[in-house]
Design a protein around this ligand. Sequence first.
Ligand code: G6P
Ligand code: MG
Length: 223
Amino acid sequence: MTKFADIKGFVFDLDGVITDTSILHGTAWHQLADSLGVTWTKELGDGLKGISRMDSLEMILKAGHKENDYTQAQKEELAAQKNTNYVAEVDKMTPANILPGMKAFLDDLRAKGYQLSLASASKNAPRVLGKLGLTDYFPKIVDPASLKHGKPDPEIYTKGAELLNLDPAQCIGLEDAAAGVQAINGAGETSLGIGDATELGAADMVFADTSAVTLANIAKHLD
Ligand code: G6P
Ligand code: MG
């Protein structure tokens, strides 16, 4: 079992962990699903968390039994439409959109010399960090375009540890999505889930919301 003293780095998801953009992604996909005549459900929305843009579109089309109704070019156009709507919302964001406690947590990690990297599937991650005023905290970002497989595959979290020159066992990964927790576990890192304990049951520790994410609480769970 990993001990708190072994931990040297933190690999962060972005959407739903550092900021509330998971809601914005959900709203933009919901709009697209409505326009395609695909019934939106909470399960569909939850299942899209952490999933890449094109994989998300495929899941929505599949839910409506429409996966064979569009050409690749049309699918790319649909994904681009969603992204245009999403980016318009991102551009309204400010540092006030950082989730409760996360700025203090990031400052504490930096002050104590922990290393940080970002393992978000989002190609918009640098833009979101900029809006939040957090660009300087994450000089090390896994480029989602470089991945062979998206979450729940461990690749993105493996690369997140590599960027820090750390062994995965020295890292904690933070996630709000079941697919992301699976990816962290597969990479051999300690998984910290934020959200519903049932949905994130595979995580090594689960906190109901971001305000509970502190080094003291993490130490309590590990030791
Ligand atoms: C994150 C979000 C997903 C989103 C994915 C791709 O993982 O949790 O909801 O689909 O990033 O984001 P992008 O901004 O590249 O479309
Ligand atoms: Mg997320």
